[in-house]
Each structure stands twice: as structure tokens, then as C-alpha cells.
Design a protein around this ligand. Structure first.
Ligand SMILES: C[S@@+](CC[C@H](N)C(=O)[O-])C[C@H]1O[C@@H](n2cnc3c(N)ncnc32)[C@H](O)[C@@H]1O
Length: 254
């Protein structure tokens, strides 16, 4: 049931917003070079707008698949594919808890900010691991558990009770008031993911029906136990310290 709510939620979010292409490409290139992407089979798991799927395809992937449970999101991705005239790309409606692909199907699985919105993030990670080829590369971005997590959770649980039709407008109002603080903080703090609107981040942060948080160390241990070699680790990438994702790029060695 909660899964249905997530689906409906992202049908609203990702038909309303599309992150900037160039800013998102710069962001992706922090993790993958054109050489790494070229001729690879890539799965963008929980692709949202499909911005990264389209970027992978435009960088020369053999084929890039954007998978998501939200049909609205996939339509946004397909519209961008059409606009860019890309052929090496598919969008598929599916559940990352039960991927329909065989074992070891992909060279790269990119799962930015998606596993923590499923009902069972550990199962999602197991599925990603299953479909990734040996020596394949994984990108996993998850919400970080911080000292402020409980406060954000209280706010989210209050806001989520408001009528759905008000969610976008509440996010816009909050963005209006928070904008000066965020701009001021950006002078001192470099953020790594640009090209997203503040109201979009607030909507995604406070109104999403399911979210889990993790400590980087527990995910690092998990990946090591599964036989991954960590290639890159970034402790955060959000506008607010507490809102950060942490990111692991890792190679499946076993
Ligand atoms: C925060 S968005 C991230 C989107 C995209 N990866 C990005 O970084 O722009 C999370 C996405 O995960 C998708 N999602 C949530 N649960 C899912 C599931 N069980 N299977 C597939 N996709 C799912 C949502 O529909 C949503 O588009």
C-alpha cells in the first residue's frame, strides 16, 4: 500500500520538475568518466525524471535503462529522450525490489536516492547486487542518519498529513522563506549536486511517504561483506548538512 503512495507521490514530483541537464551531467561525471560509460549496459534504478539515464545514453552507453515504479516519472524521461533524439535508451516501469533482469545483466547500476524510498532498502541493494556483473560498478546514494534526523522526521510526519493538493504550494512557501538562509550557507559550503530547485528538494524531503536513513559505516561494511571494493566515497551531497545523501561508488570484485 505504501508503495502505491510512493508511486503517486513521484507521479506528482517528477512531472513538475526536471533537474538541469548540464548541472546533472557535471554531477554524474564526478563518479563516471565517458570511458567508463562507453559501450556499457547501464541500469538507472529508481530513475525518477530519467535525467541520469539520458546523460548515460548521451555519453555513449551501449544501452541505458531507466527503471521506476512511477509512470509519470518515466514519461518525463521519455520526453527528454525524444528531445535529445537518443536511441540507446529504454524506460521501464518496474519495482527495484523485484527486478525482472537475470543475474549479472549490467556493467553499471546507478541507484541515486532511490533504495531508501522502497519498503525494504536492503532487499533493493540485494537485487542491485544480483543484476550487476562481476567487475561491474555500483553507485549507491542513500540518506545519511544524523543528529537532526529525528527533527526532520517529526516535521515530515506533520506535513504529510496536509491535503495532497497543498503539498506543492507548501513547498513553494517554505522555499520562499528558506531561500535567503540557503543562499547564505552556500557562500560557505560547496554543494555537489546542482540544478535542482529548492522547492523541489523540500517537496522530496518532507512529503515523501517512505524514507530510511543509514550511517555510511554500516553501508560500507555491507558492501565489503558482499565483496565490493570501494572506489569513491563522498560523505554528503545536499543543500543542508542534515539533508545529505552519502555516496559510494564500488566495484563488485567477487
Ligand atoms: C528521490 S527520487 C530519485 C530519482 C533519481 N534517481 C534522481 O536522482 O533524480 C526516488 C525515485 O525512486 C523511485 N522508487 C521508489 N521506490 C521504488 C521501487 N520500489 N522501485 C522502483 N523505483 C522506485 C521513485 O518513484 C522515485 O522516482
Amino acid at each position: 500500500m505504501k508503495k502505491e503512495h510512493v508511486k503517486e507521490f513521484y507521479d506528482i514530483v517528477w512531472t513538475e520538475y526536471l533537474p538541469e541537464f548540464d548541472a546533472s551531467k557535471n554531477h554524474l561525471e564526478m563518479f563516471f568518466t565517458e570511458e567508463e560509460v562507453k559501450d556499457k549496459e547501464i541500469l538507472d534504478c529508481g530513475c525518477g525524471t530519467g535525467i541520469f539515464t539520458n546523460i548515460f545514453a548521451s555519453m555513449g552507453a551501449k544501452n541505458a535503462i531507466g527503471l521506476d515504479i512511477s509512470p509519470g516519472s518515466l514519461e518525463t524521461g521519455m520526453a527528454l529522450k525524444k528531445k535529445l533524439g537518443l536511441k540507446n535508451i529504454d524506460f521501464v516501469e518496474g519495482d527495484m525490489l523485484n527486478l525482472s533482469y537475470g543475474d549479472e545483466s549490467f556493467d553499471i547500476v546507478w541507484a541515486w536516492g532511490s533504495a531508501h524510498h522502497t519498503e525494504n532498502p536492503m532487499k533493493a541493494i540485494n537485487e542491485i547486487d544480483r543484476v550487476l556483473k562481476k567487475n561491474g560498478q555500483l553507485l549507491l546514494a542513500l540518506y545519511k542518519k544524523t543528529k537532526l534526523t529525528w527533527i526532520h522526521e517529526i516535521i515530515r510526519k506533520i506535513l504529510i498529513r496536509s491535503p495532497k493538493v497543498c503539498w506543492v504550494i507548501i513547498s513553494k512557501i517554505l522555499a520562499f522563506f528558506l531561500w535567503p538562509i540557503v543562499k547564505f550557507r552556500e557562500i560557505f559550503r560547496k554543494k555537489s549536486r546542482k540544478g535542482e530547485k529548492l522547492e523541489e528538494l523540500i517537496l522530496d524531503w518532507y512529503f515523501v511517504p517512505i524514507r530510511f536513513y543509514y550511517k555510511p559505516e554500516e553501508i560500507k561494511d555491507l558492501l565489503k561483506r558482499k565483496g565490493y571494493t570501494i572506489e569513491k566515497y563522498l560523505p554528503g551531497s545536499g543543500r543542508f548538512e542534515s539533508a545529505s545523501n552519502f555516496i559510494f561508488k564500488a566495484k563488485k570484485s567477487i
